[in-house]
Ligand binder design. Sequence first.
Ligand code: FAD
Ligand code: PYC
Length: 416
Amino acid sequence: MSKYSALSLIRHAFSNNKNWQLAIKDAEPKKSYDAIIVGGGGHGLASAYYLAKNHNLKNIAVVEKGWIGGGNTARNTTIVRSNYLWTEASLLYEKSLKLWEGLSQDLNFNVMFSQRGVYNLGHTLQDMRDIERRVSANKLNGIDAEVVDAKQIKKNIPSINTSTSARYPILGASLQRRAGVARHDAVAWGYARAAAQLGVDIIQQCEVTGILKSNNQVYGLETSKGRIESNKIGLVVAGHASVLAEKADFRLPLESHPLQAYVSEPLKPVLDTVVMSNAVHGYISQSDKGELVIGAGIDPYIGYGQKGSFCIIEHCMQAIMELFPCFSRVRMLRQWGGIVDVSPDACPIISKTPIEGLYINCGWGTGGFKATPGSGWVFAHTLANDEAHHLNAPFSLDRFSSGALIDEHGAAAVAH
Ligand code: FAD
Ligand code: PYC
């Protein structure tokens, strides 16, 4: 009989799970490592996994101040797409989307990637011109994209309100059919387990409190579990990137903002795709459990509280009710926030830093979940080779002094 039979499930239930095999062993820090990744979110864990898998580094640690996936990774609304405007961004997100398409097999862990399509709505003539332009640019880059009109939207999403008398009537949308959603915490667990199987130490409850350097070369970290040495360190701490950069005496052009999300009580299947509207500041999908998963624009103030303010909740609920009046009596179950690190051009920073051996991966703002596999892939390359992969070369820190910005505010899809 298979070890996963019903009987074994019952046995586990009555034994309070004490015979379950641990998916990831909690490691204690060794004195030194060949490479250390700070931050046990999806990006950090993916970076460690690809460092071990693609670059054959074996003595690697991931150092996480809380628990893996406890940051933005398991707080986001799980939208995955690659329909950005500029070639640099499109190619990076498309690399990621291609990795998503084989990720469950690669990690041998079901990340529940569901290519149910993403609609980015247009409500004004200018929105529609921008959509036409972005869809053309996507097609030129070999990325699937189409423009759909209000009639097609209504046919595909019967519950949506396409009335022309709405405050922001829906004129059309871009549709990326290969886009969709994934189970966010499974992404952290899947990468962590696969990385641990390749020998990576995953060290939780270990906060980095200082960055050690000498003659402009990094050589280790001060942490709540003591000093750990390495001359190759990657900082992958999302909303706390500026805090850690300050500890290494350099500054990042980032602002940290709360970004909120909400889930409703579970409903029967009613929405089999993802709908986003930048104009009304709301986006929505339905989870496999039946909950409506809803998100808003960022809270406008800078802050590190993982919650968010009431006026944004109200604004977002108005937006969703305008798009889907049929949800007006659905009860919301939970609300939370994450801290997103917003850069001036709404694009990430995946780069060497002014300190030798210290690398940074941040600035994903409201849109990094979709990039998790690709980000880990190129960041691992950057650490292993001490030079950027061709896909992240445009995303270096020095673009903020050279002026080679990649303005993705339009396609970032969440207002900031
Ligand atoms: P995190 O998961 O935040 O990982 C960083 C880790 O660093 C954390 O676990 C933190 O504890 C750790 N850390 C911080 N400081 C230290 C320290 N001093 N020492 C040790 N560890 C430290 N993106 C999309 O693509 N699609 C979406 O639909 C989407 N929706 C979103 C909705 C919300 C509400 C939020 C908040 C974000 C959303 N995002 C979305 C953005 C996305 O979640 C992030 O860009 C992405 O998860 C960043 O991943 P990460 O692994 O870098 O960050
Ligand atoms: O980047 O697609 C996105 C997104 C949706 C909601 C938050 N971010």
